[in-house]
Write a protein that binds this ligand. Sequence first.
Ligand SMILES: NC(=O)c1ccc[n+]([C@@H]2O[C@H](COP(=O)([O-])OP(=O)(O)OC[C@H]3O[C@@H](n4cnc5c(N)ncnc54)[C@H](O)[C@@H]3O)[C@@H](O)[C@H]2O)c1
Ligand SMILES: O=C(O)[C@H](O)CO
Length: 326
Amino acid sequence: MPRVYVTRKIPPTGLDLLRQSCDVYVWDGELPTPRDVLLEEAAQADAILTMLSDRIDSALLDAAPNLKVVSNYAVGFDNIDVAGATERGIAVGNTPGVLTDATADHAFAMMLAAARRLGEAERYVHQGEWKTWHPTKLLGQDVFGATLGVVGFGRIGQAMARRATGFNMRILYTGGSSAGAVAAELGAEAVELETLLRESDFISLHVPLTPDTKGLLGVDAFKMMKETAILVNTARGGVVDSAALVTALQEGQIAYAALDVTDPEPIPMDNPLLTLDNCLIVPHLGSATTTTRDRMGVIAAENILAGLKGETLPFCVNPEVFEDES
Ligand SMILES: NC(=O)c1ccc[n+]([C@@H]2O[C@H](COP(=O)([O-])OP(=O)(O)OC[C@H]3O[C@@H](n4cnc5c(N)ncnc54)[C@H](O)[C@@H]3O)[C@@H](O)[C@H]2O)c1
Ligand SMILES: O=C(O)[C@H](O)CO
Protein backbone atom coordinates (compact mmCIF):
# COMPACT_ATOMS: atom_id res chain seq x y z
CA MET A 1 0.00 0.00 0.00
CA PRO A 2 1.26 3.54 -0.65
CA ARG A 3 2.74 5.33 2.31
CA VAL A 4 1.18 8.64 3.37
CA TYR A 5 2.60 10.96 6.00
CA VAL A 6 0.25 13.43 7.73
CA THR A 7 2.13 16.22 9.49
CA ARG A 8 -0.51 16.89 12.22
CA LYS A 9 -3.55 15.20 13.67
CA ILE A 10 -6.55 16.29 11.57
CA PRO A 11 -10.23 15.35 12.10
CA PRO A 12 -10.78 11.59 11.66
CA THR A 13 -13.00 11.51 8.55
CA GLY A 14 -10.18 12.36 6.16
CA LEU A 15 -7.73 10.05 7.92
CA ASP A 16 -10.22 7.15 7.81
CA LEU A 17 -10.63 7.68 4.08
CA LEU A 18 -6.88 7.47 3.55
CA ARG A 19 -6.53 4.41 5.79
CA GLN A 20 -8.84 2.38 3.51
CA SER A 21 -6.10 2.13 0.89
CA CYS A 22 -2.87 3.56 2.31
CA ASP A 23 -0.41 3.07 5.15
CA VAL A 24 -0.95 6.28 7.07
CA TYR A 25 1.52 7.75 9.56
CA VAL A 26 0.39 10.77 11.59
CA TRP A 27 2.57 13.11 13.66
CA ASP A 28 0.60 13.41 16.89
CA GLY A 29 2.47 16.29 18.55
CA GLU A 30 0.80 19.59 19.44
CA LEU A 31 3.49 21.45 17.49
CA PRO A 32 4.40 20.94 13.82
CA THR A 33 6.41 17.91 12.74
CA PRO A 34 10.05 18.87 13.43
CA ARG A 35 11.98 19.59 10.25
CA ASP A 36 14.36 16.60 10.63
CA VAL A 37 11.44 14.21 11.13
CA LEU A 38 9.59 15.74 8.16
CA LEU A 39 12.65 15.21 5.94
CA GLU A 40 12.99 11.59 7.08
CA GLU A 41 9.29 10.89 6.57
CA ALA A 42 9.16 12.62 3.17
CA ALA A 43 12.06 10.42 2.08
CA GLN A 44 9.82 7.36 2.46
CA ALA A 45 6.44 8.82 1.53
CA ASP A 46 4.38 8.51 -1.64
CA ALA A 47 2.24 11.44 -0.48
CA ILE A 48 2.30 13.97 2.34
CA LEU A 49 -0.64 15.81 3.86
CA THR A 50 0.79 19.12 5.02
CA MET A 51 -0.21 22.12 7.13
CA LEU A 52 0.37 25.78 6.26
CA SER A 53 3.02 25.76 9.01
CA ASP A 54 5.13 23.18 7.11
CA ARG A 55 7.78 24.56 4.75
CA ILE A 56 7.76 22.42 1.61
CA ASP A 57 10.84 23.67 -0.19
CA SER A 58 13.30 22.29 -2.73
CA ALA A 59 15.44 20.65 -0.01
CA LEU A 60 12.43 18.65 1.12
CA LEU A 61 11.34 17.80 -2.41
CA ASP A 62 14.88 16.64 -3.22
CA ALA A 63 14.82 14.37 -0.19
CA ALA A 64 11.60 12.68 -1.33
CA PRO A 65 12.26 10.43 -4.36
CA ASN A 66 8.86 8.66 -4.29
CA LEU A 67 6.70 11.68 -3.57
CA LYS A 68 3.75 12.05 -5.93
CA VAL A 69 1.42 14.37 -4.02
CA VAL A 70 1.74 17.24 -1.57
CA SER A 71 -1.77 17.86 -0.27
CA ASN A 72 -2.06 21.06 1.75
CA TYR A 73 -4.72 21.20 4.47
CA ALA A 74 -5.51 24.82 3.47
CA VAL A 75 -6.61 26.82 0.45
CA GLY A 76 -3.45 28.97 0.70
CA PHE A 77 -0.28 27.29 -0.53
CA ASP A 78 2.38 29.96 0.00
CA ASN A 79 4.24 27.47 2.22
CA ILE A 80 4.95 25.25 -0.80
CA ASP A 81 7.48 25.64 -3.59
CA VAL A 82 4.90 24.88 -6.28
CA ALA A 83 7.29 25.50 -9.20
CA GLY A 84 9.78 23.10 -7.60
CA ALA A 85 7.07 20.46 -7.16
CA THR A 86 5.93 20.88 -10.77
CA GLU A 87 9.51 20.48 -12.09
CA ARG A 88 9.71 17.19 -10.22
CA GLY A 89 6.29 16.00 -11.44
CA ILE A 90 4.78 16.25 -7.95
CA ALA A 91 1.12 17.31 -7.77
CA VAL A 92 0.12 19.95 -5.22
CA GLY A 93 -3.43 20.02 -3.84
CA ASN A 94 -5.35 22.49 -1.69
CA THR A 95 -8.82 22.80 -0.13
CA PRO A 96 -10.69 25.72 -1.73
CA GLY A 97 -14.39 26.43 -1.33
CA VAL A 98 -15.26 24.39 1.74
CA LEU A 99 -13.75 27.03 4.03
CA THR A 100 -15.04 30.11 2.21
CA ASP A 101 -18.08 30.78 4.39
CA ALA A 102 -16.38 29.94 7.69
CA THR A 103 -13.53 32.31 6.85
CA ALA A 104 -15.86 35.09 5.70
CA ASP A 105 -17.93 34.67 8.88
CA HIS A 106 -14.73 35.04 10.87
CA ALA A 107 -13.55 38.09 8.94
CA PHE A 108 -16.94 39.71 9.47
CA ALA A 109 -16.86 38.82 13.17
CA MET A 110 -13.42 40.42 13.46
CA MET A 111 -14.65 43.53 11.68
CA LEU A 112 -17.57 43.86 14.10
CA ALA A 113 -15.36 43.10 17.10
CA ALA A 114 -12.88 45.79 16.09
CA ALA A 115 -15.61 48.33 15.29
CA ARG A 116 -17.20 47.82 18.70
CA ARG A 117 -13.86 47.36 20.55
CA LEU A 118 -14.85 44.01 22.04
CA GLY A 119 -11.29 43.00 22.97
CA GLU A 120 -10.79 46.15 25.02
CA ALA A 121 -14.29 45.89 26.49
CA GLU A 122 -13.69 42.34 27.65
CA ARG A 123 -10.41 43.34 29.32
CA TYR A 124 -12.23 46.26 30.98
CA VAL A 125 -14.74 43.90 32.59
CA HIS A 126 -12.15 41.28 33.59
CA GLN A 127 -9.94 43.96 35.16
CA GLY A 128 -12.81 45.13 37.40
CA GLU A 129 -13.12 48.55 35.72
CA TRP A 130 -16.86 48.24 35.04
CA LYS A 131 -18.26 50.44 37.82
CA THR A 132 -21.43 51.70 36.11
CA TRP A 133 -23.06 52.20 32.68
CA HIS A 134 -21.01 54.92 31.04
CA PRO A 135 -22.23 57.48 28.49
CA THR A 136 -18.87 58.07 26.74
CA LYS A 137 -16.53 55.13 27.39
CA LEU A 138 -15.53 52.48 24.83
CA LEU A 139 -17.42 54.11 22.00
CA GLY A 140 -16.90 52.37 18.69
CA GLN A 141 -17.84 52.86 15.07
CA ASP A 142 -20.97 52.14 13.06
CA VAL A 143 -20.68 49.24 10.65
CA PHE A 144 -24.18 49.58 9.25
CA GLY A 145 -24.07 51.91 6.23
CA ALA A 146 -20.26 52.28 6.26
CA THR A 147 -17.92 51.61 3.30
CA LEU A 148 -16.15 48.25 3.07
CA GLY A 149 -13.09 47.82 0.85
CA VAL A 150 -12.43 44.22 -0.17
CA VAL A 151 -8.86 43.62 -1.37
CA GLY A 152 -8.96 40.39 -3.39
CA PHE A 153 -12.48 39.75 -4.70
CA GLY A 154 -12.19 35.96 -4.96
CA ARG A 155 -14.19 33.30 -3.12
CA ILE A 156 -13.73 34.66 0.41
CA GLY A 157 -13.67 38.32 -0.60
CA GLN A 158 -17.01 37.90 -2.38
CA ALA A 159 -18.47 36.02 0.60
CA MET A 160 -17.37 38.90 2.85
CA ALA A 161 -19.04 41.39 0.49
CA ARG A 162 -22.22 39.30 0.47
CA ARG A 163 -22.38 39.57 4.25
CA ALA A 164 -21.82 43.33 4.03
CA THR A 165 -24.97 43.76 1.91
CA GLY A 166 -26.95 42.74 5.00
CA PHE A 167 -25.41 45.73 6.78
CA ASN A 168 -26.30 48.12 3.97
CA MET A 169 -22.60 48.80 3.33
CA ARG A 170 -21.16 50.47 0.25
CA ILE A 171 -18.74 47.90 -1.17
CA LEU A 172 -15.53 48.68 -3.07
CA TYR A 173 -13.17 46.01 -4.33
CA THR A 174 -9.91 45.35 -6.16
CA GLY A 175 -8.80 42.14 -7.86
CA GLY A 176 -11.04 39.25 -8.85
CA SER A 177 -10.76 39.41 -12.62
CA SER A 178 -13.83 37.25 -13.32
CA ALA A 179 -16.03 38.70 -10.59
CA GLY A 180 -18.16 41.08 -12.63
CA ALA A 181 -21.46 39.21 -12.33
CA VAL A 182 -21.16 38.75 -8.57
CA ALA A 183 -20.08 42.37 -8.16
CA ALA A 184 -23.14 43.50 -10.10
CA GLU A 185 -25.41 41.30 -8.00
CA LEU A 186 -23.94 42.70 -4.76
CA GLY A 187 -23.70 46.28 -6.02
CA ALA A 188 -19.92 46.25 -5.45
CA GLU A 189 -17.74 48.77 -7.33
CA ALA A 190 -14.37 47.85 -8.86
CA VAL A 191 -11.82 50.55 -8.00
CA GLU A 192 -8.04 51.06 -7.94
CA LEU A 193 -6.37 50.09 -4.67
CA GLU A 194 -5.61 53.73 -3.90
CA THR A 195 -9.28 54.71 -4.16
CA LEU A 196 -10.25 51.77 -1.98
CA LEU A 197 -7.71 52.80 0.66
CA ARG A 198 -8.79 56.43 0.65
CA GLU A 199 -12.56 55.83 0.73
CA SER A 200 -13.08 52.75 2.89
CA ASP A 201 -14.06 52.76 6.56
CA PHE A 202 -13.20 49.04 6.77
CA ILE A 203 -10.57 47.32 4.65
CA SER A 204 -10.61 43.54 4.54
CA LEU A 205 -7.76 41.58 2.94
CA HIS A 206 -8.50 38.42 0.93
CA VAL A 207 -5.56 38.06 -1.48
CA PRO A 208 -3.22 35.07 -1.51
CA LEU A 209 0.37 35.71 -0.36
CA THR A 210 2.49 35.86 -3.53
CA PRO A 211 5.54 37.90 -4.57
CA ASP A 212 3.03 40.50 -5.89
CA THR A 213 1.03 40.83 -2.68
CA LYS A 214 3.88 40.62 -0.16
CA GLY A 215 3.89 43.91 1.77
CA LEU A 216 0.95 45.18 -0.36
CA LEU A 217 -0.07 47.43 2.54
CA GLY A 218 3.01 49.39 3.57
CA VAL A 219 3.96 52.89 4.71
CA ASP A 220 2.35 54.67 1.74
CA ALA A 221 -0.88 52.67 1.94
CA PHE A 222 -1.44 53.50 5.62
CA LYS A 223 -0.93 57.20 4.89
CA MET A 224 -3.72 57.03 2.30
CA MET A 225 -6.19 55.39 4.68
CA LYS A 226 -8.70 57.32 6.81
CA GLU A 227 -7.62 58.02 10.39
CA THR A 228 -10.79 56.20 11.43
CA ALA A 229 -10.12 53.19 9.17
CA ILE A 230 -10.19 49.65 10.50
CA LEU A 231 -8.02 46.99 8.82
CA VAL A 232 -9.09 43.35 8.93
CA ASN A 233 -6.55 40.74 7.84
CA THR A 234 -7.64 37.14 7.48
CA ALA A 235 -5.43 36.55 4.40
CA ARG A 236 -1.76 36.14 5.31
CA GLY A 237 0.39 38.22 7.67
CA GLY A 238 2.94 38.91 4.94
CA VAL A 239 0.44 40.91 2.89
CA VAL A 240 0.92 43.71 5.44
CA ASP A 241 4.25 45.34 6.31
CA SER A 242 4.25 44.74 10.09
CA ALA A 243 6.54 47.65 10.98
CA ALA A 244 4.40 50.07 8.95
CA LEU A 245 1.28 48.72 10.68
CA VAL A 246 2.78 49.31 14.13
CA THR A 247 3.59 52.92 13.19
CA ALA A 248 0.15 53.44 11.66
CA LEU A 249 -1.58 52.21 14.83
CA GLN A 250 0.75 54.05 17.21
CA GLU A 251 0.57 57.34 15.32
CA GLY A 252 -3.17 57.23 14.61
CA GLN A 253 -2.80 56.95 10.82
CA ILE A 254 -5.56 54.34 11.14
CA ALA A 255 -7.84 53.56 14.07
CA TYR A 256 -7.67 49.82 14.52
CA ALA A 257 -6.44 46.50 13.14
CA ALA A 258 -8.03 43.09 13.56
CA LEU A 259 -5.54 40.37 12.68
CA ASP A 260 -6.27 36.69 12.27
CA VAL A 261 -2.85 36.24 10.68
CA THR A 262 0.56 37.73 11.47
CA ASP A 263 4.08 37.66 10.09
CA PRO A 264 5.61 35.57 11.50
CA GLU A 265 3.21 33.09 13.09
CA PRO A 266 2.95 32.74 15.96
CA ILE A 267 3.52 36.42 16.71
CA PRO A 268 6.61 36.78 18.96
CA MET A 269 5.60 37.87 22.47
CA ASP A 270 7.85 40.96 22.23
CA ASN A 271 6.08 42.23 19.08
CA PRO A 272 4.82 45.80 19.73
CA LEU A 273 1.43 44.94 18.18
CA LEU A 274 0.71 42.95 21.34
CA THR A 275 1.02 46.10 23.45
CA LEU A 276 -1.52 48.13 21.48
CA ASP A 277 -5.10 48.50 22.65
CA ASN A 278 -6.21 49.24 19.09
CA CYS A 279 -5.05 45.88 17.75
CA LEU A 280 -7.09 42.71 18.08
CA ILE A 281 -5.12 39.52 17.38
CA VAL A 282 -6.39 35.95 17.26
CA PRO A 283 -4.42 32.82 16.32
CA HIS A 284 -5.28 32.13 12.65
CA LEU A 285 -8.81 30.82 13.17
CA GLY A 286 -10.46 31.68 9.83
CA SER A 287 -11.43 28.11 8.92
CA ALA A 288 -11.71 26.91 12.51
CA THR A 289 -15.16 25.36 12.68
CA THR A 290 -15.69 21.66 13.30
CA THR A 291 -17.55 21.07 10.04
CA THR A 292 -15.14 23.07 7.92
CA ARG A 293 -12.01 21.42 9.28
CA ASP A 294 -13.64 18.02 8.73
CA ARG A 295 -14.45 18.89 5.10
CA MET A 296 -10.93 20.19 4.54
CA GLY A 297 -9.62 16.81 5.74
CA VAL A 298 -11.85 14.94 3.29
CA ILE A 299 -10.71 17.08 0.35
CA ALA A 300 -7.05 16.78 1.37
CA ALA A 301 -7.49 12.98 1.51
CA GLU A 302 -9.34 12.86 -1.84
CA ASN A 303 -6.54 14.88 -3.44
CA ILE A 304 -4.03 12.28 -2.25
CA LEU A 305 -6.11 9.28 -3.33
CA ALA A 306 -6.55 10.70 -6.83
CA GLY A 307 -2.86 11.63 -7.17
CA LEU A 308 -1.71 8.20 -6.06
CA LYS A 309 -3.83 6.70 -8.85
CA GLY A 310 -2.21 9.08 -11.35
CA GLU A 311 -5.45 11.04 -11.73
CA THR A 312 -5.72 14.83 -11.66
CA LEU A 313 -6.38 15.98 -8.10
CA PRO A 314 -9.94 17.28 -7.55
CA PHE A 315 -8.34 20.53 -6.31
CA CYS A 316 -4.97 20.88 -7.95
CA VAL A 317 -2.70 23.90 -7.82
CA ASN A 318 -0.41 22.66 -10.63
CA PRO A 319 -2.64 20.62 -13.01
CA GLU A 320 0.09 20.86 -15.68
CA VAL A 321 1.74 17.93 -13.86
CA PHE A 322 -0.98 15.72 -15.35
CA GLU A 323 -0.81 17.10 -18.89
CA ASP A 324 0.03 14.50 -21.50
CA GLU A 325 3.53 15.20 -22.81
CA SER A 326 3.01 13.30 -26.09
N1 LIG B 1 -7.32 33.11 7.98
C1 LIG B 1 -7.60 31.90 7.52
O1 LIG B 1 -7.76 30.95 8.24
C2 LIG B 1 -7.76 31.72 6.04
C3 LIG B 1 -8.68 30.76 5.58
C4 LIG B 1 -8.81 30.60 4.21
C5 LIG B 1 -8.04 31.36 3.33
N2 LIG B 1 -7.15 32.25 3.82
C6 LIG B 1 -6.37 33.09 2.88
O2 LIG B 1 -7.29 33.71 2.01
C7 LIG B 1 -6.75 33.67 0.69
C8 LIG B 1 -7.88 33.79 -0.31
O3 LIG B 1 -8.63 32.61 -0.39
P1 LIG B 1 -9.76 32.43 -1.51
O4 LIG B 1 -10.28 31.05 -1.40
O5 LIG B 1 -10.71 33.57 -1.46
O6 LIG B 1 -8.84 32.58 -2.82
P2 LIG B 1 -9.27 33.08 -4.27
O7 LIG B 1 -8.18 32.63 -5.18
O8 LIG B 1 -10.68 32.65 -4.56
O9 LIG B 1 -9.27 34.67 -4.14
C9 LIG B 1 -8.12 35.46 -4.14
C10 LIG B 1 -8.41 36.68 -5.00
O10 LIG B 1 -7.33 37.60 -4.86
C11 LIG B 1 -7.13 38.18 -6.15
N3 LIG B 1 -5.78 38.75 -6.20
C12 LIG B 1 -4.59 38.14 -6.35
N4 LIG B 1 -3.60 39.03 -6.34
C13 LIG B 1 -4.17 40.24 -6.15
C14 LIG B 1 -3.66 41.56 -6.03
N5 LIG B 1 -2.36 41.81 -6.12
N6 LIG B 1 -4.56 42.57 -5.83
C15 LIG B 1 -5.88 42.33 -5.75
N7 LIG B 1 -6.41 41.09 -5.87
C16 LIG B 1 -5.57 40.07 -6.07
C17 LIG B 1 -7.35 37.03 -7.13
O11 LIG B 1 -7.64 37.51 -8.43
C18 LIG B 1 -8.55 36.36 -6.49
O12 LIG B 1 -9.75 36.94 -6.98
C19 LIG B 1 -5.97 32.36 0.64
O13 LIG B 1 -4.96 32.39 -0.34
C20 LIG B 1 -5.40 32.25 2.03
O14 LIG B 1 -4.12 32.83 2.09
C21 LIG B 1 -6.99 32.44 5.15
O1 LIG C 1 -5.31 29.00 3.71
C1 LIG C 1 -6.08 28.48 4.52
O2 LIG C 1 -6.87 27.57 4.20
C2 LIG C 1 -6.13 28.96 5.92
O3 LIG C 1 -5.17 29.86 6.24
C3 LIG C 1 -6.34 27.92 6.95
O4 LIG C 1 -7.53 27.27 6.71
